[in-house]
Design a protein around this ligand. Structure first.
Ligand SMILES: [Zn+2]
Length: 250
């Protein structure tokens, strides 16, 4: 479920008792999606605890919701790319959320997990200090009962091109990179993933103009359907005959 959390990301992956979140939504001194949006949405879906939370990169629209979320939802393991260990914003959010940094799973190499027929693959980009935080986002592939989805955080088109060479990323469902910004979800990447559905997670009337018109057009030309959390609410995909079933809930 690509949760509609305003201008930010929070994706819920749920199967056979496992609850995985990718990112914790936006939060700052003015508004906290963690306590105000995500926790109530998880509770209304019957989720009181998360087994694994993967934080893609230390921007406020991905990690800012964590302290508020943790007031209402139990979070088991938190994972984040090792190259962001010590990042000031991330450390500050962990401090506010009372997360012991030693308890975090710092990802240094690809992670593959299976659970009751679900497979989760996390691959890290080549990231060197000084690169944009966005480009340190891990790439995630989820496979469940014939349904496949790929998430790329806020990585830009150069990272997409590198990942396209390194791995096989074909999937029916693709989360548009960087909320549908023009610098992600490139032609090269769309040709690699060959999605049927693309989801842009963005805030209504956001000041960045996400999703960019260029992305809307590229997705259309590649024959995929575009879904938007700002207009349609939570976008949920469920395995079904022939791949998946999609439903939106405002
Ligand atoms: Zn973002």
């Amino acid at each position: 479920v690509f949760l509609s959390v305003g201008q930010g990301d929070c994706t819920l992956i749920r199967h056979a008792g496992a609850v995985i979140l990718v990112d914790a939504g936006p939060g700052d001194e003015n508004f906290d999606a963690g306590s105000r949006i995500i926790a109530p949405k998880l509770r209304s879906r019957g989720v009181g605890a998360v087994s694994l939370l993967l934080l893609t990169h230390p921007d406020a629209d991905h990690i800012g919701g964590l302290p508020g979320l943790m007031q209402f939802i139990r979070i088991g393991q938190i994972a984040a790319p090792e190259h962001f260990k010590g990042h000031p914003e991330l450390m500050e959010v962990f401090r506010r959320a009372n997360v012991d940094i030693a308890s975090v799973l710092w990802l240094e190499r690809p992670l593959a997990m299976t659970h009751e027929g679900m497979r989760l693959d996390v691959r890290l980009p080549k990231y060197i200090e000084g690169d944009a935080d966005n480009d340190g986002s891990p790439f995630v592939k989820v496979e469940l009962q014939g349904m496949t989805a790929v998430l790329t955080g806020d990585a830009g088109e150069e990272v997409e091109a590198m990942q396209a060479v390194e791995s096989e990323w074909h999937a029916q469902i693709l989360k548009a990179g960087h909320h549908g910004s023009a610098g992600s979800t490139s032609d090269v990447w769309l040709a690699e993933v060959k999605p049927e559905a693309v989801v842009a997670s963005c805030g209504l009337g956001n000041r960045f103009g996400h999703p960019a018109e260029a992305v809307v057009e590229r997705v259309r030309l590649h024959g995929a359907r575009l879904f938007r959390t700002d207009l349609q609410g939570d976008i949920a995909f469920t395995p079904a005959t022939g791949g998946f079933r999609v439903s939106a809930q405002r």
